[in-house]
Design a protein around this ligand. Structure first.
Ligand code: C2E
Ligand code: MG
Ligand code: MG
Length: 544
């Protein structure tokens, strides 16, 4: 039997309501009459069949509690007492004590089973309440969702996710008790402005799910938002609640799946600083990103992250003169994740700090291991804007350099133009400090931003990496070739060195040599590789 059918049957028996109660009554009356006739036609109470009467007594106590049990016990006692001979063939009557004692037993059975079923029903109700309602707020929780869905799927028109974005702040500034009162008030405010048949569930500690049974979504959204405009007064303290609402039209497929869409819309609403937003399929990308970021946070502390190294080569001698450290993430289920699919997301969060820290540490360890086998080179690490703004960033790098006992000039930090241009004044102070410490600095992906070289020249930067887009395509596009040529000349005039990224072929490398480009990095020389492959590569390319 299907779980829902079984649940329905148990509900009908244990918690009869309305018409079901009438069916129970009819069934019990029929059972009494049939058993009475059965006892009569099998010869009267001198035979064992009168015991069958326990069945309707117990059924009555299940359906109608103590009163039902006692009443049916009494009726059954009388029917099988003065109204039933001991022997129907001889017509012999029962002795008074005989039927009276049975009547008392029937009543007692009705009483005991009625009391037991009442207690059982009460504890069942308690358990159902425990699992169906949030213990702190008393708001229905998602365990009721499926049952509700089965009963009301045709009525549901819209699904809404209401999220309190500043829940953690509220708890930090006030207390959890205040927050719970606030959430309960919020639930009541929303419930008060929505149609009676609307069901609201608490999906998470800061998230409500609403099944709206009305097509007037704009009207009710307006009602909800204006009901939330006034501050919440808890213990006379006005608490500001920041809320975002995601809305999705219910298509009657899968409630949980569609709530995920309204969740994504609410996340996006929050990002865009809007109070509410209708779902658009592109928002699932946002929630997927959030999921991926969550998994990346865990990956930071596992073996899933690896640092690969790609050599940079002197274009005249073809000798390696440095390495770029590049992150690689192998997701346990999704496999390798491209850096550009995850790093821009990580850069939006504070996770970029432990990430850069991890790459720096592993790169310096690799540098030391290379030095131990007589290979002296440099390593460059990509740095994000948030890293520069992290207090102690500079100190932590100096500490790492000291700890690994490497020459500061063997570490290079790669910064993109956009990183540099963001808050340029503050950055130039940090960069000056880095420069004084002899750590080298380079501009990455040059040409993709809008900065002017002469402006960047005022910063303590001595290496510019031309973005791979220009290099990879320059042989097929004279315009690009001219840009590369003039950029190299200009960089040299400003006293800086040039690295060309994306050198994929011998022809490109030769062309760059003709343009006086200093260094090249690209698949033609070597692809990014793990530490072991790097050692082998050096054996073949460094040591003559
Ligand atoms: P990027 O710093 O400009 O790194 C160079 C990218 O170009 C690398 O991509 C490298 O594999 C790729 N590349 C090198 N030579 C060639 C070539 O000849 N042809 C082609 N088609 N591609 C080439 P990757 O490893 O996928 O990294 C992409 C970007 O992700 C990096 O660009 C960098 O911005 C970022 N990234 C990677 N690792 C880190 C990291 O540890 N920290 C930070 N903040 N960003 C990182
Ligand atoms: Mg780079
Ligand atoms: Mg680059």
């Amino acid at each position: 039997m299907k779980v829902e059918c079984r649940e329905k049957l148990i509900n009908h028996i244990m918690f009869p309501k309305g018409i079901v109660k009438v069916y129970h009554l009819i069934f019990i009356i029929l059972a009494i009459v049939i058993i009475y006739l059965f006892v009569f036609f099998t010869g009267g109470t001198k035979y064992v069949y009168s015991h069958t009467m326990y069945i309707p007594i117990i059924l009555a106590s299940i359906s109608f509690g103590v009163t039902g049990g006692i009443t049916v016990g009494l009726i059954a006692g009388i029917l099988l007492g003065p109204l039933m001979p001991l022997d129907t063939i001889t017509g012999e009557h029962q002795a008074f004590m005989n039927w009276f004692y049975r009547l008392i037993i029937f009543i007692v059975i009705g009483l005991i089973s009625g009391l037991s079923f009442n207690a059982f029903r009460k504890s069942m109700q308690k358990i159902i309440k425990l699992v169906s309602f949030n213990q702190e707020t008393d708001i229905p929780n998602v365990s009721l969702l499926n049952r509700y869905f089965l009963a009301n799927k045709t009525d549901i028109k819209y699904l809404l996710t209401v999220v309190i974005n500043n829940n953690e702040n509220i708890i930090d500034l006030f207390s959890r008790k205040h927050y719970i009162i606030l959430l309960t008030n919020l639930y009541q405010r929303i419930k008060a402005v929505l149609p009676k048949e609307t069901q609201i569930f608490q999906a998470e500690s800061n998230k409500l799910w609403i099944c709206l049974a009305s097509i007037n979504i704009d009207y009710f959204i307006e009602k909800i938002t204006s009901s939330l405009n006034d501050n919440f007064l808890i213990d006379n303290i006005p608490i500001y609640v920041e809320i975002s609402i995601g809305i999705v039209k219910f298509e009657k497929h899968d409630l949980i799946e569609e709530f995920k869409n309204s969740d994504a819309a609410s996340t996006y609403a929050h990002k865009l600083n809007l109070q509410y937003l209708y779902y658009n399929p592109k928002y699932t990308v946002v929630s997927k990103n959030i999921e991926l970021l969550g998994q990346f946070r865990d990956a930071l502390y596992t073996e899933q992250l690896e640092v690969y190294y790609q050599p940079k080569v002197d274009l005249l001698t073809n000798k390696p003169i440095g390495l770029e450290a590049l992150l690689r993430w192998t997701h346990p289920e999704k496999g390798p994740i491209a850096p550009l699919d995850i790093i821009p997301l990580v850069e939006e969060t504070h996770l970029i700090n432990p990430l850069t820290d991890l790459v720096l540490k592993r790169s310096l360890q690799t540098l030391v291991k290379l030095q131990n086998v007589g290979i002296y080179t440099t390593v460059s690490v990509n740095v994000s804007a948030k890293n520069l703004h992290q207090p102690q960033f500079f100190e932590s790098i100096i500490d790492l350099i000291k700890k690994h006992d490497v020459n500061p000039s063997s570490l290079e930090l790669e910064l993109t133009e956009s990183v540099l241009m963001e808050n340029i004044n503050a950055n130039s102070l940090i960069l000056d400090e880095l420069k004084r410490s002899q750590i080298r600095l380079s501009i990455d992906d040059y040409g993709t931003g809008y900065s002017s070289l002469s402006y960047l020249n005022q910063l303590p930067i001595k290496i510019v990496k031309i973005d791979k887009y220009f290099i990879m395509n320059m042989l097929n596009d004279d315009g690009l070739k001219n840009i590369v040529k003039s950029t190299i000349d200009l960089i040299h005039k400003l006293g800086m060195k040039v690295v060309a990224e994306g050198v994929e072929s011998k022809l490109i490398a030769e062309s760059l040599v003709k343009m006086n480009c200093d260094m090249g990095q690209g698949y033609y020389f070597a692809k990014p590789m793990n530490k072991k492959a790097l050692f082998n590569w050096f054996l073949n390319n460094n040591l003559d």
